[in-house]
Design a protein around this ligand. Sequence first.
Ligand SMILES: [Mg+2]
Length: 129
Amino acid sequence: MEDSAVTVMIVDDQAPFRMAARMVVQLTDGFDVVGEAETGEASIEMAAHLQPDLVLMDFNLPGIDGMEATRRIRESGRTSPVVVMLSTYEADEYGPRALQAGAAAFIPKSEFDPDRLADAWHEAVGAAS
Ligand SMILES: [Mg+2]
């Protein structure tokens, strides 16, 4: 892991998508996965513990959903990680709700790749790209 790598936590209830997301992060220069959670509840605890720079949050989760988990992660703790919401649903339907919950960006799962990940991060932290 590079010292300066952006640390990423993946939250999704489906193992195949966590694997796919991990591959995308690993293929993105300067980003490293530091943890994976299967539920919103687990993600809140894990985020407080790991203090990742970035959380990839599934919209639909059992128990509390990705919106509620995003709100709680953004509001709690000393750090406030950037949250990028991912969903199988289309951006025009769920994007506005994700942003309202405190996510910096919404990316449909079908479009999630290293370029979209890097762009979302750089836009969120205000870096010119
Ligand atoms: Mg899901």
